[in-house]
Design a protein around this ligand. Structure first.
Ligand code: UN1
Length: 523
């Protein structure tokens, strides 16, 4: 189905997507009626499981719409899930790696077949725009295929070594670890859950997966795709719930490693917790970002204002890659800000079911309250060039909708230039010297992405050589700091944005779920 529709990525912004929109016009009301509002149980050892506390999650678009009813798994259920994954491990880990690759490729086909249903569920669940939702599921499919191809390219990470003697043969083999806990965030509920799960499974581990409490709907739907692909019972178990469920999971001694994407505080908490065990266990954590963009006096300001606007306000700024602070050269600052404010004023904030909506709601009340605190602080010490308020009236009273906001004139050392906020909120500062500006942009505990707009080669090189972040972009209209794609931009968090020095979307991801073993056999 739908094979003739063009593919949506985050970056192919100029293309004609009218066919995709027509398809979604018909599909979205159907999904609202038939997919939302149902009971969604956990999955343990291949069986549906209702052991725990039932809770209802609402769509951030309109709190009156129940996404579904989920089960916050009981402690006993979490333990059973880990045991099921332990039981499934010997069979799954000993299968030939090629078999795991072909099974995961079948999973990619299931995602392809359900692409628009999953995108629609994701739109209702997170409140992301049509293009962001479809793009995310496209990214998911590419992720699986890319990681599967890496496994193949590296021949299962099993390679012959040199011989010390003629009679001796040695191989270096990467082996799985055991049961991985996969703990995923709300903002890219499909792509990030599937990325971590696929990495773990391809490597031969089994998984207990906990989606964000807001994202149990896509959590269950994506688990179903893996099951439909033929994954053996217990190789992937789903437990919904909040922080307590995550803590029970991470504390279980049967968990050999944790893959986590989310906030810095929670990620580091898991890292420290796992370090308290008798010996070290892998923690693959991708955490937040405070991603600076530099606009120099030699920038194309039309491109710069488009790219900054998209990265700051796409998905209401709720991306770890969001471009949340701009440093602009004083000579072009007014002109740049004027263009940025113009483009921001044209954005439609509202129900992302609509084709013309670029900015949907923020995820929940906590985000709205954070926005109010930020806005009060800007009014005290700076000013708003755009936005600054929560929107009210009509649908805006049914969810939490923040106006895309641009703060200027804040003191240079103000916390709002440094804190990750996960809001449609951008600070803009002026600079006279690019080298000092980059030092300022680097002066945060994060290091995920950074962007520059310049036509000057020396400025570009200075940026590439001194920006402290794992993903650097220059002169992109589709996004100053966002839009990394599997097999294209590797996505490695430096400093407080990651812990392993290796990233997702690239060639070093899957081996992180493995450990090395040397096999020497005398002939
Ligand atoms: C995130 O930003 O939270 O690069 C995850 C991007 C996407 C999403 C990354 N691949 O913007």
């Amino acid at each position: 189905m739908d094979t003739n529709l063009p593919r949506v990525t985050y970056s192919n912004i100029g293309e004609d997507f009218s066919a995709v929109h027509a398809h979604l016009d018909a599909l979205l009301p159907k999904v609202r009626e038939t997919v939302l509002g149902r009971d969604r149980l956990n999955l343990i050892a291949g069986e549906e499981d209702g052991d725990g506390v039932r809770y209802t999650a609402a769509s951030p678009i309109n709190r009156d719409w129940a996404l579904g009813h989920f089960i916050a798994a009981s402690e006993v259920a979490v333990r059973r899930a880990v045991e099921a994954a332990q039981d499934a491990y010997p069979d799954w880990s000993r299968r030939p790696w090629l078999e795991r690759v072909s099974l995961l490729r079948r999973a990619a086909e299931r995602f392809e077949a359900r692409k628009y249903d999953l995108s629609a569920a994701c739109l209702f669940e997170v409140g992301k725009s049509r293009m962001e939702a479809v793009g995310e599921v496209e990214e998911t499919i590419d992720l699986i295929r890319y990681y599967a191809a890496e496994m193949e390219k590296n021949e299962g990470y099993d390679r012959p070594m040199q011989r010390a003697f003629q009679q001796e043969a040695t191989r270096c083999v990467l082996r799985p670890q055991g049961v991985f806990a996969v703990i995923a965030p709300f903002n890219f509920p499909v792509a990030l859950s599937v990325a971590m799960t696929t990495g773990a499974l391809l490597a031969g581990n089994t998984v207990v997966y906990k989606p964000s409490p807001m994202a149990g709907l896509t959590g269950r739907l994506l688990a179903d795709c893996f099951v439909e692909a033929g994954l053996p019972a217990g190789a992937l178990n789903l437990v919904c719930g909040g922080a307590e469920v995550g803590e029970t999971l991470v504390a279980h001694p049967g968990v050999a490693g944790v893959a986590f994407t989310g906030s810095h505080a929670v990620g580091m908490g898991i890292f420290r917790r796992m370090a308290e065990r008798p010996y070290a266990h892998p923690v693959i954590a991708e955490m937040g970002g405070k991603n600076p963009t530099y606009v120099t006096a030699n920038a194309d300001l039309d491109t710069a204002s488009s790219g900054v606007m998209r990265s700051a306000f796409g998905l209401s700024g709720q991306k770890c890659s969001a471009g949340s602070t701009v440093l602009v050269h004083e000579r072009v600052a007014d002109e740049f800000l004027g263009a940025l404010v113009d483009k921001t004023a044209k954005l439609t904030v509202g129900d992302p079911q609509r084709a013309d909506v670029f900015v949907g709601p923020v995820i929940n009340r906590a985000a709205a309250e954070r926005f109010e605190r930020v806005a009060a602080s800007v009014r005290q010490q700076g000013r708003f060039a755009a936005g600054g308020e929560m929107l009210a009236g009509g649908l805006y009273d049914r969810g939490y909708y923040a106006a895309p906001s641009i703060a200027t004139d804040l003191p240079p050392d103000h916390d709002l230039h440094k804190d990750e906020l996960f809001l449609p909120f951008l600070t803009v500062r002026r600079f006279a010297d690019l080298g000092s500006a980059i030092r300022e942009g680097n002066d945060v505990p994060y290091g995920l992405t950074a962007g520059i707009y310049t036509q000057d080669e020396a400025e570009l090189q200075l940026f590439l050589n001194t920006a402290e972040a794992g993903v650097l972009y220059a002169n992109r209209a589709s996004g100053a700091t966002t839009g990394a794609w599997p097999g294209i931009q590797t996505f490695c968090g430096w400093k407080g944005s990651g812990v392993t020095g290796k990233g997702g979307l690239g060639p070093w991801y899957v081996p992180q779920f493995m450990r090395e073993q040397s096999h020497t056999v005398m002939g």
